[in-house]
Design a protein around this ligand. Structure first.
Ligand SMILES: Cc1cc2nc3c(=O)[nH]c(=O)nc-3n(C[C@H](O)[C@H](O)[C@H](O)COP(=O)(O)OP(=O)(O)OC[C@H]3O[C@@H](n4cnc5c(N)ncnc54)[C@H](O)[C@@H]3O)c2cc1C
Ligand code: SF4
Length: 307
């Protein structure tokens, strides 16, 4: 296993990607070699689906914090491409990569698994979007702007909704381990032994944002990583593992999970999540004011010390 910090040196090409844009660079390299790229994108009804492309990588950029639908017909298409002699890159969650287990040794299939915090059921996101933007013809939903976690809803170039993670019930519930699928709390893939030829994640702990954490597990993975043109810096596994999320153990369920599940028996997702987090959101202005006061006190102290 080799470990790297990696990124696309072109800021313009990196825009829209979650961290260093390495998934998109690998995709570009495979397409340039006449191959096919399988990843997750929105379909025309804003449902997250595993799909493929032979040309345009842009719709696949960015992380969608929801379970994407991996249809049996899509898998069959992947096998057909391999039989035709094409090279195939598959990027997905470790459980999606594990679903390709029987094909894993295929010399022309490159599998990339993402470090995975967990996924929210697709039906929960569907209800949340209908609640936030009823009747809108959404064309994009984003959960991150580079390193910043914020949920935004788009109708072409028009932003209809934008909230930081602290203020977005959907994103806060995802990040705090409240709304994940039951299976994710017991995920067998949240460990250093991975399912792909390459593992990608955020390089938490790296001195600057916009950098991917990359592990290569096979010669095939190492070869394509080198071929994709990313800037590579050899690093250690321990350095990233110190910031555990997703690499050593599954995400722990929020202590509020039992309350949330109880509400979910009677209420749709948007109402259940808001009712569960009512106390958190009520206390938010007070906590923010407290944080601001702390920061001001720190600035005054630093100023006095500096004199
Ligand atoms: C649900 C989820 C949870 C994650 N949790 C963590 C975490 O806890 N810690 C961490 O370090 N990294 C996590 N990641 C990985 C991280 O967010 C980035 O995806 C990764 O660093 C690659 O960034 P990039 O800039 O190279 O990719 P980009 O160039 O932005 O490309 C994004 C890639 O992610 C794929 N993708 C997007 N959404 C999904 C989805 N729902 N299911 C499957 N594949 C998808 C796309 O197909 C594309 O290939 C998570 C990703 C997802 C999707
Ligand atoms: S946490 Fe595990 S089970 Fe859940 S989506 Fe990620 S890889 Fe799959």
């Amino acid at each position: 296993m080799k470990v790297y910090a990696a990124w696309n040196p072109s800021e313009e090409q990196r825009r829209g990607s979650s961290s260093g844009g390495v998934a998109t660079m690998l995709a570009r390299a495979v397409l340039d070699a006449g191959g096919v790229y399988f990843g997750t994108r929105w379909d025309e009804r804003m449902r997250p689906v595993v799909a493929w492309t032979e040309t345009d990588v842009a719709p696949f950029k960015g992380s969608r914090y929801v379970q994407s639908h991996f249809d049996a017909s899509v898998r069959e298409q992947l096998e057909r491409f391999l039989e035709e002699g094409r090279t195939v890159l598959f990027v997905g969650t470790p459980c999606q990569v594990a679903a390709l287990q029987t094909l894993r040794e295929h010399p022309r299939l490159i599998c990339v698994d993402l470090i995975c915090h967990g996924t929210v059921p697709a039906s929960s996101l569907e209800q949340e979007l209908a609640y936030l933007a009823p009747g809108a013809s959404l064309t994009d939903v984003r959960f991150r702007e580079g390193p910043l976690y914020q949920m935004s809803l788009w109708e072409k170039e028009r932003c209809l909704y934008r909230r930081s993670a602290a203020l977005s019930p959907y994103l806060y519930a995802f990040l705090s381990g409240l709304s994940l699928r039951e299976a994710c709390y017991r995920c067998p893939y949240a460990r250093p032994e991975r399912t792909g030829d390459i593992t990608l994640g955020d390089f938490i702990g790296y001195p600057r944002p916009g950098v991917s954490f990359v592990m290569t597990h096979t010669p095939k993975g190492e070869e394509w990583l080198k071929r994709c043109g990313a800037v590579l810096e050899a690093r250690s596994f321990e350095e990233r593992a110190a910031y555990r999320p997703g690499l050593l153990e599954p995400t722990a369920p929020s202590p509020l999970c039992p309350v949330f599940l109880k509400h979910l028996e009677r209420l749709p997702f948007p109402q259940a999540v808001r009712k569960t987090l009512r106390g958190y959101f009520r206390g938010l202005p007070f906590r923010q004011a407290w944080k601001w006061l702390h920061h001001q006190a720190y600035l005054v102290k630093s100023f006095i010390k500096g004199k």
